[in-house]
Design a protein around this ligand. Structure first.
Ligand code: RTP
Ligand code: MG
Length: 140
């Protein structure tokens, strides 16, 4: 049986600094298989809708501005225990608190510009993957 799936974005700060290759290498080296991927830029409307769950948080406006400020890479990843293992690989939200060897420790600059997104549950992984990809674009 195929492993389960999570959804990720390489965020505008990391794309801007040419970290796409380094981050994808870490993702592949950790055993994740890419089953969908695109290079794109979110409109403010789309970023706002993606982060709708954070609408009441004080950083929502800043988050929407930032996530629509430049291109991103969106991808669906497959591996056993994908959601939890990917959260471990990326590290804490605040890079200052992220463990050594994690993607955010290596590539993130701040709590807001923190290089990567990772889904926080199987349910959200499915919602977020379907937000960015059609069924035809997911090639497992
Ligand atoms: P993500 O959803 O991007 O994987 O990050 P996360 O679960 O580790 O963190 P979450 O609480 O879901 O926050 C979503 C994103 O909002 C930005 N943020 N800014 N300025 C701030 O205090 C602050 N706190 C969070 C980050 O970009 C975070 O990844
Ligand atoms: Mg989150």
């Amino acid at each position: 049986m195929a492993g389960n799936r999570t959804f990720t974005m390489i965020k505008p700060d990391a794309v801007e600094k040419n970290y796409i290759g380094g981050i994808l290498k870490m993702i592949n080296d950790a055993g994740f298989k890419i089953v969908a991927m695109k290079y794109t830029q979110l409109s403010k409307e789309k970023a706002g809708a993606f982060y709708e769950v954070h609408k009441e948080r004080p950083f929502y406006g800043e988050l929407v501005e930032y996530m629509s400020s430049g291109p991103i890479v969106a991808a669906i990843l497959e591996k056993d225990n994908a959601v939890e293992d990917f959260r471990t690989l990326i590290g804490a939200t605040n890079p200052a608190e992220a463990a050594e060897g994690t993607i955010r420790k290596i590539y993130a600059e701040s709590i807001a510009a923190n290089a990567v997104h990772g889904s926080d549950s199987d349910e959200n992984a499915k919602i977020e993957g379907n937000f960015h990809f059609t069924a035809e674009e997911i090639i497992g």
